[in-house]
Design a protein around this ligand. Structure first.
Ligand SMILES: Cc1cc2nc3c(=O)[nH]c(=O)nc-3n(C[C@H](O)[C@H](O)[C@H](O)COP(=O)(O)OP(=O)(O)OC[C@H]3O[C@@H](n4cnc5c(N)ncnc54)[C@H](O)[C@@H]3O)c2cc1C
Length: 383
């Protein structure tokens, strides 16, 4: 027999729980069931790249269990329940613990961390972190480790490097590009941050790609495309994410890099919605918390309200968790033919604008200038 729900949510990350909250706010009667492949624990994922320096262990991070959060929102939760397939015609999902029928389905299946393509007999031992379970394993593996090799130079890799250093671990950071966070941050600020990280002892290696990882007597030995070798005890990669779209794809829901959604966060199939890291709107996957908050509002408003809220893809505002230098970024959605221009510079305090044909479409602030971020953001994006 199939379990029945008005709203079925797949996923218990920030997007899944926020969607449940938004729907409950809009409708107190709807029967909501949340299914999740993991334990459903509520925790702040951004804390995973700053917990070490705050002396927090993985056990300090959960804010509520799945049952506690489910009771608070008056909804049913099925943990360790992996959805295997969706039948959108019969409005039914098949899981590892039985089948569930729905009136409205919300896909909040998140993303998986990408692993670098590396040869060698230890390549499969590269660690990635995109959830609390993986973080717990990493934390355990870190015991007794003096040196970590980090592959990647984006936001999360950079935050992890600084966090590990503050924890007393040596860090070799191997970056494919020529500076840190090159996709979202101007070089001028990267250089200041790189100097700070070097002062703190992070060994930054740019324009280099790990090609091989083999076991050695004391751990691992890595070879790069530049012919360099690095000894490592633990190898951590943070090179990006890939939205979890397989379920949607199998169910013939339209996908691209993510699951394609409209301004109501509805997919091309009626009553099937997607939010969070698995979702793509206007060709963009925005893997940050702020867009998720706006997505779930639009979804709930369409599913149970007056459809007055619409999700608009806007550049987001990012506060980097790099204690050595305060940085606020609002990178352009499409960094194609524009450029970063220095607008103000007093020591390490910098303000840069991203301009396309003279029009500002993004900014980056460092040092004391970060205090003007919210004002600047409102000026740029409020109608
Ligand atoms: C280290 C780190 C630091 C970050 N820092 C920031 C920050 O400072 N600011 C910011 O805005 N963002 C930050 N982010 C990004 C932000 O945390 C994510 O955008 C957000 O948490 C994504 O939530 P989600 O619910 O979409 O996905 P996820 O958290 O990945 O949740 C997906 C859920 O779907 C479930 N699931 C998947 N497939 C199935 C299936 N078949 N059946 C059942 N369940 C399934 C999973 O078990 C999981 O519960 C950070 C991310 C990381 C990794």
């Amino acid at each position: 027999m199939s379990n029945k729900a008005d709203v079925l949510i797949i996923g218990s990350g920030y997007a899944g729980w926020q969607a449940a909250e938004a729907i409950r706010k809009e409708n107190s009667d709807a029967v909501i069931t949340l299914l999740t492949a993991d334990d459903g624990m509520v925790y702040p994922k951004p804390a995973l790249s700053m917990a070490l320096s705050q002396n927090k262990t993985p056990d300090d991070l959960p804010e509520a269990t799945a049952n506690q959060k489910g009771a608070e929102l008056d909804l049913g939760v099925k943990v360790r329940t992996k959805v295997m397939s969706i039948n959108t015609q019969r409005k039914k999902v098949m899981t590892t613990t039985g089948s569930f029928s729905y009136k409205k389905l919300i896909l909040a299946t998140g993303a998986k961390a990408m692993a670098p393509k590396v040869e060698g007999d230890a390549a499969h031992e590269i660690v990635t972190i995109n959830d609390l379970t993986a973080y717990k394993k990493f934390y355990k593996a870190l015991k007794g480790v003096q040196k970590v090799t980090l592959i990647g130079g984006g936001l999360i890799a950079t935050e992890l490097a600084e966090d590990l250093r503050a924890f007393g671990v040596e860090v070799d950071m191997i970056v494919r590009g020529s500076h840190l966070m090159s996709q979202i941050m101007p070089e001028a600020i990267s250089h200041n941050l790189e100097a700070k990280l070097r002062e703190r002892g992070v060994n930054l290696i740019f324009n280099s790609e790990v090609k091989e990882m083999n076991k050695s007597e004391n751990g691992y030995v890595l070879k790069t495309d530049q012919g360099e070798t690095f000894d490592a005890q633990l190898v951590l990669a943070a090179i990006g994410i890939l939205p979890n779209i397989a379920l949607a794809k199998k169910a013939k829901v339209e996908t691209n890099l993510g699951i394609c959604i409209d301004a109501n966060c509805q997919t091309n199939v009626q009553d099937v919605y997607a939010v969070g890291d698995c979702a793509e709107a206007d060709g963009v996957v925005q893997a940050y918390l702020e867009p998720i908050r706006r997505q779930v509002k639009a979804l709930a408003s369409h599913a149970y309200g007056d459809s007055s809220e619409r999700f608009e893809v806007l550049p987001t505002l990012i506060k980097t968790k790099t204690p050595s230098l305060s940085i606020m970024l609002s990178p352009p959605l499409h960094a194609t033919h524009g450029q970063w221009e220095l607008n103000m510079n007093v020591g390490e305090n910098q303000r840069l604008h991203y301009t396309v044909d003279g029009e500002v479409s993004g900014f980056a602030l460092s040092g004391e200038f970060v205090t003007s971020a919210n004002k600047l953001y409102k000026e740029l994006y409020s109608a």
